[in-house]
Design a protein around this ligand. Structure first.
Ligand code: MLT
Length: 263
């Protein structure tokens, strides 16, 4: 890392790390973190290249793997001197980062929340699509990423009837820098299949999915929850993929119940 990740912080208590998805930044978690501030010290990083952890274009590598993001998190936690076991909640790409974090830093974890994420790797077609989008993002910036992703991120009802949510999600994506978009897209395309991890996972786990999630479907996330011993699945009503924006109160409730059950 050039320098430790930038982050937001809410509340006090035992550490809860909230990792954002693609192509967002830590602000994605604001509404949820505010609700959780009374039960945890919420630490919300901006992953490398995103938000205030922007990376100078000329020195940016072409690929940021999920392993690199996980090591950035470990380095940042060391920098903050967070050495007590923490709960890690990863949203979508944040969940892809949680898998290598779990592989390399199991001892740091007291609990794991997998929010709107996947364990499987990309298909060949999916990875090829990401490579094309990365090339366009380098030339055109965030616009093609937003237009391609927005219809999949939000439930049909949100797209049709909740313009304020659509605008908030769009705003969150608009600030993403071309180098970060491209490097993270290539990194996601290279992530390995993490399903072999599920059967031996020994960390208390919560699995959260939006009832209309078109990216990490209810069936797929139910499969993840079933494969992890003792995991609990919570389905968030009135939400697609963006549970943080479509129903932050229900997501916060699920996380609060999970955290307090670990105490
Ligand atoms: C995310 O929300 O992080 C993305 O939808 C993940 C992905 O593109 O696979």
């Amino acid at each position: 890392m050039l320098k430790p990740l930038q982050h937001r912080e809410f509340g006090s208590g035992r550490p809860l790390v909230l990792v954002h998805g693609f192509p967002f930044h830590g602000e994605q978690w604001d509404a949820v973190a505010r609700e959780l501030a009374s039960v945890a010290r919420c630490l919300v990083p901006d992953l490398r290249g995103f938000g205030r952890s922007a990376w100078p274009a000329q020195s940016a590598p072409d690929v940021w793997t999920m392993e690199q993001h996980a090591e950035d998190l470990a380095e940042w936690l060391d920098h903050l001197r967070v050495d007590e076991p923490l709960v890690l909640a990863g949203f979508s790409m944040g969940g892809y980062v949680a898998w290598p974090f779990l592989r390399a830093h199991r001892e740091r974890l007291r609990g794991l929340a997998l929010c709107n994420t996947r364990a499987i790797a990309d298909t060949t077609e999916g990875a090829a699509g990401r490579a094309k989008l990365a090339a366009r993002a380098l030339l055109e910036g965030a616009a093609p990423v937003i237009e391609g992703m927005l219809p999949k991120l939000l439930a049909p009802h949100t797209l049709a009837a909740r313009p304020e949510v659509v605008s908030a999600v769009r705003r969150l994506m608009e600030v993403a820098a071309p180098n970060a978009l491209a490097a993270a897209l290539h990194g996601m395309a290279r992530r390995p299949d993490s399903t072999p991890l599920l059967g031996s996972l020994d960390v208390p786990t919560l699995v959260v999915v939006g009832e209309h999630d078109a990216i990490s479907s209810v069936a797929e996330m139910r499969g993840i929850a079933t494969a992890i011993r003792g995991a609990r699945l919570v389905e968030i009503a009135n939400a697609g993929h963006m549970t943080t924006h479509e129903n932050p109160a229900a997501l916060a409730r699920a996380l609060r119940e999970f955290i307090t059950s670990l105490a």
